[in-house]
Design a protein around this ligand. Structure first.
Ligand SMILES: C[S@@+](CC[C@H](N)C(=O)[O-])C[C@H]1O[C@@H](n2cnc3c(N)ncnc32)[C@H](O)[C@@H]1O
Length: 362
């Protein structure tokens, strides 16, 4: 079986719908060499031990092992010759077939197992992905293990917590937008629930790697000497969270402690949130998704009241897609939107800009 000793691999950062551009931006900030971007994620070169620790937005990182022509079952014997990392094992094979003569994914999986039996380890193996597209089979090995939104700090959930990877992607989009008006001096989530936005924002502001509290499948493989971790420069700014629910705030506080970040949490209605003294800041939140239209509208009205109190700030608000744009108050306007998904639900991230500013600088 082939073995590769080069620690730099062709990797693919799998992203949630709508987040591949934000992930590409993050990869570039972290110094990775990008190869291509598509709707499903970003192809790049790097060491998976670094990528898994440093990247906040991808769902998982997979390693491309190689591709070969596979028009008949016997062709799958080539899987054995691909360069698997030393000590890598396989626990599960997932096959997808598109426009190919080999179209029965179950039969392909069985054949692949007969070739790769020596690597089978149901308890400590990794997921192998086989994609057959127009008679070309590409094998990729999951390097992450547990999905990357599992950072290792969340024990306490509020109502409908966001996935950490989605929150980090939204933060990337929202900061790029808000910084177009000048440096962002504070970040506020006035409906913070279990604190996901605030904790992701605080870790980013301190330059803390998102994967600092956990391990990854690729840590078990022999990939050569331990790599140097690049550092994201810290830009400490005040990060604040608020909620009207005490249990939600308790959860947020405990999560923040486990994540090793300091956030000022306070209990009140969003409309009365004590905005810190900063000329420009960012309001980031996902209001409750309430089946009763009236209950939901009250939350949006409260947010618009808050926006009226900070005319030079920007905001990014995540809403169910069917709802349409949230009210932006008297001093702001909707500048644009991004289509995303939250737990399978179609949602829209609305970018809200201050009227006082003529437009993004850059
Ligand atoms: C969808 S949850 C936010 C989830 C959060 N992003 C997370 O990841 O855990 C919405 C939160 O808004 C809070 N909320 C609703 N109306 C509010 C208001 N008028 N003022 C402050 N908080 C409010 C709820 O208590 C709930 O915790």
């Amino acid at each position: 079986m082939g073995v590769s000793s080069n620690p730099l691999k062709q990797l693919f950062a799998v992203t949630a719908p709508g987040l591949s551009k934000a992930a590409a931006q993050e990869l570039q900030r972290a110094g990775f060499q990008l190869q291509s971007i598509d709707d499903a994620g970003v192809t790049f070169e790097g060491d998976p031990r670094v990528a898994n620790r440093m990247l906040a937005i991808p769902t998982r990182i997979v390693m491309r092992l190689g591709s070969f022509k596979a028009a008949k079952f016997e062709d799958l014997a080539q899987a054995k010759a691909l360069a698997f990392p030393q000590k890598a094992r396989i626990s599960k094979i997932e096959v997808s077939c598109h426009k190919s003569r080999l179209y029965h994914s179950g039969a392909v999986e069985e054949r692949l197992w007969t070739q790769l039996e020596a690597l089978r380890d149901p308890s400590a193996g990794s997921l192998l992905l086989a994609r057959i597209d127009r008679d070309v089979c590409t094998l990729s090995l999951d390097t992450s293990g547990e999905l990357l939104h599992k950072r290792g700090w969340r024990l306490q959930n509020g109502p409908a917590p966001l996935r950490e990877t989605l929150a980090a992607g939204i933060l990337e989009i929202a900061l790029a937008f808000a910084e177009g008006f000048g440096p962002v001096q504070a970040i506020v989530d006035p409906m913070c629930g279990s604190g996901t936005f605030a904790i992701e924002a605080a870790a980013r502001a301190l330059g803390l790697p998102p994967g600092r509290l956990r391990s990854f499948d690729c840590d078990r493989w022999n990939l050569g000497p331990k790599p140097q971790m690049p550092a994201f420069p810290p830009h400490p700014i005040p990060i604040l969270g608020g909620d009207r629910s005490l249990p939600a705030l308790n959860a947020a506080q405990k999560n923040a402690e486990r994540a090793g970040v300091q956030i000022a949490f306070s209990r009140q209605d969003a409309a009365a949130f004590p905005i810190p003294e900063a000329e420009r800041g960012l309001i980031l939140c996902n209001p409750p998704y309430d089946r009763r239209a009236q209950g939901q509208e009250i939350a949006y009205e409260r947010l618009a009241m808050l926006l009226d109190r900070c005319p030079k700030w920007s905001a990014a608000i995540l809403c169910p897609r069917h709802r349409g744009a949230p009210p932006a108050g008297s001093h702001h306007h909707i500048e644009g939107s991004v289509a995303l998904q939250n737990g399978g639900l179609p949602v829209t991230l609305w970018r809200i800009a201050p009227n006082a500013t003529v437009g993004p600088i850059a």
